[in-house]
Design a protein around this ligand. Structure first.
Ligand SMILES: C[S@@+](CC[C@H](N)C(=O)[O-])C[C@H]1O[C@@H](n2cnc3c(N)ncnc32)[C@H](O)[C@@H]1O
Length: 327
């Protein structure tokens, strides 16, 4: 659990997005003046110390109640009920122009699927949040189901607290498929129709999980080969965090992850000069997070570069070919 004495320390920082040396200051209790608050304990204990309206973005993947080693599986109703006080606190700490990105998949009971975002949507609406996008985050690999179609996406519910909110599209534009496309009629006929910075990435993100899984699964026995992979069973890719951070906060903004895992949110925030706050109840994951911050500070944390094109198998890989036994 988090100690009562505030422990702050500075970590040498040798590279940031501007390649200018600086330091990362880390505290294990809430402190508005450090770069990172990393709380070793339950998020409710951290949240009560965070002032109202002080956080620009909450981005998190909460426990899904599916019996992972860090959670005790309970009924869907009691799981949702237990989440409500945390949600109330999260909404209290979010600034008026701030956002919440809630990344969830399915709760499965005796083969029946309960899409968690449907249940959470209703809770967030009761708190008067406004849904701006239901982002589909799709990937190509995972468990192969035998009695239903295999699940290949999860969702991120992006809510804002109010009608005035931060949304920066330009930093997250992606290359257009046909940048040379022109208006073919009307007053703009002949002029380029796109944006030189690229197009809106839309609400379906192939992003990295596909690539992540490809790299993980296409190289048998080298599961940990993905540059970001740690021992955590449900890490989300830093690139997913980066897209939310860049679009939904301004530089120097504050990003909070109440279910911090191995610190992917912290890393995504630091990469873009934002402050980060996270709680994690499992000491093993807190330790990995601290190591990741250290390695990041020294420019030694392997990360998949933002916007790197998704890996496409050439078909020549042994694993992509029809095995002899099936010919
Ligand atoms: C789905 S994982 C998040 C993984 C994270 N997004 C990452 O990339 O590493 C949920 C995490 O929440 C932690 N957790 C569960 N209940 C918690 C609580 N009440 N307070 C803080 N952490 C909690 C679990 O130990 C687990 O690491």
């Amino acid at each position: 659990m988090g100690s009562q004495d505030s422990r702050s320390e500075a970590v040498d920082f040798t590279t940031d997005i501007f390649n200018e040396p600086r330091q990362i200051t880390v505290s294990d209790t809430y402190n508005p003046n450090v770069d990172v608050v990393l709380f070793d304990g339950g998020c409710s204990d951290l949240l009560k110390d965070i002032p109202s309206n002080s956080v620009d973005l909450v981005i998190t993947s909460p426990p899904y109640n599916i019996g992972k080693k860090y959670e005790k599986k309970t009924s869907l109703a009691s799981y949702l009920k237990d989440m409500e006080p945390v949600i109330a606190e999260l909404i209290r700490v979010i600034a008026g122009t701030g956002s919440l990105c809630w990344q969830v998949g399915n709760y499965v009971q005796k083969g029946e699927v309960f899409p968690l975002d449907i249940y959470f949507y209703e809770i967030f609406k009761r708190f008067d949040l406004k849904l701006r996008n239901r982002i589909i985050w799709r990937f190509n690999h995972g468990l192969h189901c035998t009695k239903r179609f295999s699940g290949r996406y999860e969702t991120i519910l992006w809510f804002t607290k109010g009608d005035e909110y931060v949304f920066n599209l330009d930093p997250v534009r992606i290359p257009a498929k046909y940048p040379g496309k022109r208006h073919f009629k009307g007053p703009k006929k002949g002029q380029l129709s796109g944006n030189p910075l690229g197009k809106n990435p839309s609400d379906i993100w192939d992003i990295v999980k596909q690539d992540w899984e490809d790299e993980v699964w296409d190289i048998p026995n080298v599961k940990a080969n993905h540059p970001e992979k740690t021992e955590h069973p449900c890490q989300f890719p830093v690139e997913l965090v980066q897209r939310c951070v860049l679009a939904l906060t301004d530089p120097e903004g504050v990003v909070l992850d109440p279910y911090g895992g191995v610190g992917s949110t912290i890393i995504g925030a630091l990469q873009h000069n934002r402050k980060a706050i996270a709680a994690e109840q499992d000491l093993q994951y807190v330790t990995i997070t601290r190591e990741r911050i250290q390695r990041f500070a020294h420019g030694k944390l392997p990360l998949r570069p933002l916007g790197k094109p998704i890996h496409k198998p050439t078909g020549k890989e042994r694993i992509a070919q029809l095995p002899l036994e099936w010919k």
